[in-house]
Design a protein. Structure first.
Length: 460
């Protein structure tokens, strides 16, 4: 058996001994997930369905229990062999857990419960803590979706100021370039899918497939033919124009978009003399839109100068808001792209009279790699426990950091006057009457299977 496939071993070492540490007579545990603040004041909830489908619908087998027993004995941890064997045999491998969550795509202010996890079998209450390691990884797709949405707001504001059709343009204004800058294929899958909650352009194929396969979408993301440096430099510097001409020959069709990196040598020469002179008529005659991609230098300065040089060669029209829209050409900036540089680029472009219609962005590691669980201060904490039939609240409140104080009691999320609010349930009921959380998983079964378009619409 491949060790990576054993669900039982996907936890932290210290979790293995915890079943011996809870008070005698413990029969139930309730925990929750929240963002305790951080870089953004709201979160886009996304990714739980992936983890539930891929991992928690798995049925624990006797073979996995035996393998885990052997591993943990050598590892130095007291494995709960009887407890896991009970799950594998008596419960048919189904985890005795109920998970409730806000609908994916919901935009929820930080400091609110997003997910609750509650045991359903008194003999296996400790499973709630065991799966924390795997389940809390939902911090990652939430953080990517949240960052992507924040950038979307920056771009959309510029479009609403300077574009005639902001809502029709926004979906393809931030393209996912992150696949090569992410630490693993699964991370690229999850992060790539999270970005697509807000946009529809991506070169991260595994992310597109993740959204398609785990969120029931026929096609969640799109791309266009584009060059890289090797497909230009392989022609040699003296034949740079032929490399560009080949791009037009192969891909420039009426209505098409063709992106070409143009700074392998001299960006200004490429724009003014090659694209704007030798190939100008070929671009116009093709009926396609050429998207010039700078790939070095100071982003705001390079993008603005690129727009100005393209304007000199191809001209522009003025839209109804009085901003210049280039004829036949656009610019995509994919180097040094982050929230700050995007804002700076858009600011200088609009100040010079150019519409945000002319500019798209490609974002790599910043979009999906340069973040941690602390970016939004995610935590999963136990907030209620039942001992000898008595349910009582559980919390922590470190004197050295009251910001880490956890919530107490069996929690739920409701809306009061249109605002999300975390409340404490007054009794042992599963949910408040007006709960915003849904039971998405119970006793090994997935109960909610959202499609990607529904999630996108919620995030809007």
């Amino acid at each position: 058996m491949n060790y990576e496939e054993n669900f039982l071993i996907d936890t932290d070492s210290y979790k293995v001994s915890h079943y011996l540490q809870y008070p005698p007579g413990t029969t139930s545990m309730f925990s929750y997930i929240e963002s305790r603040g951080g870089e953004y004041n709201k979160t886009v909830f996304f990714g739980l369905q992936y983890y539930l489908k891929r991992y928690l619908t798995h049925r624990v087998t006797v073979a996995e229990v035996e393998e885990a027993k052997e591993f943990f004995e050598l590892h130095g941890e007291p494995f709960n062999y009887e407890g896991w064997m009970y799950i594998a045999t008596e419960l048919e491998g189904k985890l005795p857990v109920r998970i409730r969550a806000v609908p994916e795509g919901s935009v929820v202010p930080t400091h609110n419960i997003l997910v609750s996890i509650e045991s359903t079998d008194p003999k296996a209450f400790w499973v709630v803590s065991w799966i924390e390691t795997m389940l809390l990884r939902v911090w990652y797709p939430i953080t990517v979706a949240t960052r992507s949405r924040f950038i979307k707001k920056i771009i959309l504001e510029a479009l609403r100021t300077s574009s005639d059709n902001p809502d029709s343009e926004i979906n393809f204004k931030l393209h996912d370039f992150s696949a090569r800058g992410i630490s693993s294929q699964e991370t690229a899958m999850i992060g790539g899918a999270a970005h697509l909650v807000n946009f529809m352009g991506s070169d991260t194929i595994v992310g597109v497939r993740c959204a398609n396969n785990y969120y029931n979408s026929p096609m969640s993301g799109f791309s266009i033919p584009a060059s890289e440096h090797s497909s230009i430099t392989s022609w040699g510097q003296d034949n740079e124009v032929e490399a560009y001409r080949n791009m037009l020959k192969q891909f420039a069709k009426p209505g098409a978009l063709v992106a070409c990196v143009s700074d392998s040598y001299d960006l200004w020469h490429a724009i003014s003399d090659l694209w704007g002179t030798e190939l100008k008529q070929e671009i116009i005659d093709s009926g396609a839109i050429l998207v010039v991609r700078p790939d070095s230098g100071n982003p705001p300065e390079v993008v603005l100068k690129s727009l100005q040089l393209l304007d000199e060669k191809f001209g522009h029209t003025l839209n109804t808001k009085g901003y210049k829209v280039l004829n036949y050409v656009r610019v995509i900036q994919g180097d040094g792209v982050n929230e700050v540089s995007i804002q700076e680029i858009l600011d200088v472009a609009l100040a010079a009279g150019y519409s945000a219609t002319n500019i798209a962005f490609g974002c790599g590691g910043y979009l999906a790699q340069s973040m941690t669980r602390d970016t939004l201060k995610f935590a999963l904490k136990c907030s209620s426990i039942t001992i000898d039939g008595q349910t009582r609240p559980v919390f922590k409140d470190p004197i050295t950091d009251h910001g880490k104080k956890s919530k107490a009691g069996r929690l739920d999320l409701v809306k009061i006057d249109g605002e999300y609010k975390t409340i404490v349930l007054a009794d042992d009921s599963i949910a408040a009457e007006n709960s915003e959380l849904r039971t998405v998983y119970e006793n090994g079964e997935l109960l909610i299977d959202d499609d990607f378009e529904t999630i996108r619409n919620r995030a809007k």
